[in-house]
Design a protein around this ligand. Structure first.
Ligand SMILES: NC(=O)c1ccc[n+]([C@@H]2O[C@H](COP(=O)([O-])OP(=O)(O)OC[C@H]3O[C@@H](n4cnc5c(N)ncnc54)[C@H](O)[C@@H]3O)[C@@H](O)[C@H]2O)c1
Length: 249
């Protein structure tokens, strides 16, 4: 029997990168996937790929930074039969020197990376408690190590990590699991938003390089995300699994 047979999984950021790879992997293992994204009608291309592989999925366009849109999108999933797992992959960011960060940029990144998962967890909580389900939040190795030019991004991911652990503690007794996956550099479109500032110090940037000679693929991150969302991880909660090629070793 496939690990996700008949299980209903909501994935944000499912139009690209880790979210798309996770949606495909879970659908291939029998999951019924609801893709949420601000782009591509919520994940039209991802739907095509999943259906081409014989899987089941729907897509809902949704800006995770907007609580009203999140309520509507989560409502679509709950109306269709409930939610067994919520996976927050939507994310954004940029490299900037700290003294050049504007309040608007801080707000923009915080709204997607932290408020987004906060809103989706809030909206899906009752459905997840009813199913004794789980949350997997995609954090970043930047949440646990200092990273030059990433003060904004790393702070939003640090907030997301603390939030994940607190959620695990508060709702663990009711059977809800909440875990984080913290990648290092992944070869996805997001990375192209991160252009180092002029005259960036290469010694500072070097800290974020992994030990294995290449970036992770989206599929390599999706493998760990899928594990945490599956019954193979039934007794794991409040954890943060680093999939960072040893960048924090
Ligand atoms: N790429 C990396 O090197 C890296 C490293 C560590 C952590 N991460 C994290 O992994 C996660 C997935 O990123 P990825 O690398 O697959 O990037 P990606 O750009 O391929 O995918 C991110 C998706 O999020 C969606 N998105 C952005 N803002 C949104 C919003 N407001 N509402 C809904 N959807 C929105 C985008 O449209 C996109 O489809 C992110 O949380 C990111 O911070 C990425």
């Amino acid at each position: 029997m496939a690990r996700f047979d008949g299980r209903r999984v909501v994935i944000t950021g499912a139009a690209s990168g880790v979210g798309q790879a996770t949606a495909r992997r879970i659908a291939a293992e029998g999951g019924i996937v609801t893709c949420l994204d601000i782009a591509d009608g919520g994940g039209a291309t991802t739907l095509e790929l999943i259906r081409g592989d014989g899987g089941t999925a729907t897509a809902v366009e949704c800006d995770v930074a907007d609580p009203a849109q999140v309520d509507r999108a989560i409502g679509v999933a709950t109306d269709a039969g409930g939610i067994d797992a919520l996976i927050n992959c939507a994310g954004t960011g940029s490299y900037q020197r700290f003294h050049e960060v504007t309040p608007a940029e801080l707000q923009r990144v915080m709204a997607v990376n932290f408020y987004g998962p906060f809103h989706t967890c809030h909206a899906a909580l009752n459905a997840l408690l009813a199913s004794r389900g789980c949350v997997v939040n995609i954090v970043s190795a930047a949440a646990v190590r200092g990273s030059a030019y990433l003060t904004t991004y790393s702070a939003t991911k640090g907030a997301l990590l603390s939030f994940t652990k607190s959620l695990a503690v508060e709702y663990g007794p009711q059977g809800l699991r909440a875990n984080a996956v913290s990648p290092g550099a992944i070869d996805t479109p997001l990375l192209r938003l991160f252009t180092p500032p002029a005259d960036a110090d290469p010694h500072l940037m070097h800290r974020s390089h992994g030990l294995l000679g290449r970036m992770s693929t989206a599929e390599e991150i999706a493998g760990t995300v899928t594990f945490l969302a599956s019954s193979d991880a039934n007794h794991i909660t409040g954890a943060n699994i680093l999939v960072d090629a040893g960048s924090t070793a």
